[in-house]
Design a protein around this ligand. Sequence first.
Ligand SMILES: Cc1ncc(COP(=O)(O)O)c(C=O)c1O
Length: 440
Amino acid sequence: MDAKSPKNSLDAYWMPFTANRQFKANPRLFVGAQGMFYKTADGRDVLDGIAGLWCCNAGHGRPKIVDAIARQAAEMDYSPAFQMGHPKAFELASRLADMIPGDLNHVFFTNSGSESVETALKIALAYHRIRGEGQRVRLIGREKGYHGVNFGGMSVGGIVANRKMFGALVTGVDHMRHTHGDKRNLFSRGEPQFGAELADDLERLCQLHDPSTIAACIVEPVQCSGGVIIPPKGYLKRLREICDRHGILLIFDEVITAFGRLGTPFAVDYFGVQPDMVTAAKGLTSGVIPMGAVFARSKIHDAFMQGPPNAIELFHGYTYSANPMACATALAVLDVYQEEGLLTRGASLAGMWADAVHSLKGLPHVIDIRNIGLVAAIELEPIADKPTARAFEVFLKCYEAGLLVRTTGDTIALSPPLILEQKHIDQIFDILRRVLSALA
Ligand SMILES: Cc1ncc(COP(=O)(O)O)c(C=O)c1O
């Protein structure tokens, strides 16, 4: 890259969620990916400790997926999403509806997690309205929640930096407290013991706003981007009970947790709590082609199917909803997941994974470690007056040492492809141990 040539410089690309000037002063470029590894522009292998961005659950460069994409591109590149269909869209929706527990039988396709969230929130509002409860206009989210970057998701989200620059956001939104910070839960394995009663924040918000004004409550079953915050035992069940009591729809944002991340196909399976809608993306196509999905229970879908049959039931959709390339990719990805048992593989590795991450306890600046399924977090003590700097230093040092991790605040997050083996676990934690041990 020649910084002087405007046609081939680092300048034109405005990078998302990146310190652009810092990056461009010392760029980190991937040029290839196979299995568990990325290849850097300077020819080094970097072990993927975060499945790209929590998404490449089947690992990289999988021939079956590559072939499916090539075949689909040759067969039919695009088919209009509105008032037309194509067989793979129906096949994919049917397969997904069969996989997910309960009667989340209807699937609306989007192109990202953010779009899935917007879609679910809009369906929730419209659902109440068509049933004659149009006064249910409020949406409840949670502090530290991440539901993407569009206006609805940003509004129900609770990460301050993602919200504060962007005006008054969507009105009628309130937030429950997050469940992080109880000292009794430090270094918990899996679901922490304490804090289920924090779900009663929803009951308080019901009393404050009048529950008949609340349309939906949206939570990530595990708050991943906000710091890998795992719900206390019984917390999600309690949310479900409060929603039931007041006719509020419960939406699980499973953009990260769906497709095997917790060692079960969905977090719905893991926690045994049935939401009314589930949002997904990322692992649906193993990150290869953008695609998202919203799963809705039959009662929601059926409520829309009432008017004259020639009327459009939901004025919502995207040019690329159920794009044939994305559908072909997702079908091939589901085949790979199924053939290799990847959606439950995390359960068999979870014990080893937990032992490995908790072995870092006691290293300099490590103030908490959390894990669930094939997700883990190592929380570091922030440097005074320089929040996030310590974790970013670990990120850079890991990258130099051949490991890709993610940081959220001063927490190191791990979420590797589900094809991970013991030797990769050893490599991940050897590198982390070395890097953390050498911290100033
Ligand atoms: C829970 C959750 N919801 C929504 C999103 C947004 O997804 P996308 O970046 O595909 O829009 C993310 C992304 O990390 C997420 O973790």
